[in-house]
Write a protein that binds this ligand. Structure first.
Ligand code: SPD
Length: 279
């Protein structure tokens, strides 16, 4: 009987991949880290058994987290990434020549080290001199950092359990708002409305309260199961539909999923979500 990895969402839904071989297994102070080779998606990272990313489908997630913010924010010189230990988010951000500095705050140094060694095709920008990796809890960082405001903040965390729980709280979002310049954009992964309806709604509503504007946008990430995945774009003043033409034209040849049509379509709200958010 072949080995399978199943992420169990609840007692009704699970998503499994057939494993060819295990490459790394470690226990950090925060979580269990596993990297294995799956037959369908190649090298795959799980944290506490939850799928984070895979060589075969990571671009759906990383491109959608990064590019809607980066093609619309007026300035993209200074970027803050919270989480993102596999390096995929930093790789996409660093595609833009306007970017001068990227601070990536990741709580777990063991995730970074394991991904550098076993997922080099995802983190291809570790040696870029514009990238500074800070090993620290993102919640403490956004509360305490005395930094010049950032133009874009990207939250690339895991689900609201374990070490990432604080990344879904109001205090954390206030910290991000404090570190974002007035014409800045905060984008984050905001879970699956199919499996985590309440979590999804609470993220959007909390961000609307704090930033004034928060627009969820939609796509799918094959290994996250349940079909639909969301990200949310929060801002005080930027219109997510005002794409900066010459910027998207430069990035489109470099992406596998993201393009202008995907950007425009992704912000269309499914009816039940539209009704719920209007209530
Ligand atoms: N259900 C898992 C959600 C994880 C989102 N972040 C993944 C990290 C990829 N860089």
């Amino acid at each position: 009987m072949a080995d399978w990895h199943d992420e169990v969402f609840n007692d009704r839904v699970r998503f499994g991949l057939k494993i060819r071989r295990s490459l790394y297994s470690g226990q950090s102070p925060y979580q269990k880290i596993d990297i294995f080779e799956s037959e369908q998606f190649g090298r795959t990272l799980t944290l506490d058994g939850i799928y984070m990313t895979s060589e075969g489908d990571e671009y759906f997630y990383h491109e959608m987290l990064v590019h809607p913010a980066m093609t619309t924010a007026p300035l993209i010189r200074r970027i803050l990434i919270i989480g993102g230990g596999d390096g995929g988010t930093a790789r996409e951000v660093l595609r833009y020549s306007e970017v001068e500095r990227v601070v990536m705050v990741e709580i777990d140094s063991m995730v970074v080290e394991a991904c550098k060694e076993y997922l080099p095709s995802i983190g291809t920008a570790w040696d870029d001199p514009r990238l500074e990796v800070v090993i620290q809890d993102g919640v403490a960082y956004v509360k305490e950092a005395q930094e010049e405001p950032f133009d874009v903040i990207l939250l690339d965390g895991s689900d609201p359990v374990g070490p990432a729980e604080g990344l879904f709280g109001e205090d954390f979002y206030h910290g991000c708002e404090r570190l974002l310049q007035p014409e800045g954009v905060f984008a984050l992964q905001s879970e699956s409305p199919v499996l985590f309806w309440d979590v999804f709604l609470s993220i959007v509503r909390t961000l609307r309260k704090i930033f004034g504007r928060a627009d969820p946008y939609f796509g799918s990430v094959p290994i996250y199961g349940a079909g639909m995945w969301t990200w949310t774009y929060a801002t005080r003043s930027v219109d997510p539909m005002m794409i900066i033409g010459e910027r998207i034209e430069r990035v489109e040849p470099l992406t596998r999923y993201y393009n202008r049509e995907i950007h425009e379509a992704a912000f269309a709200l499914p009816t039940e979500i539209k009704k719920e958010l209007e209530r």
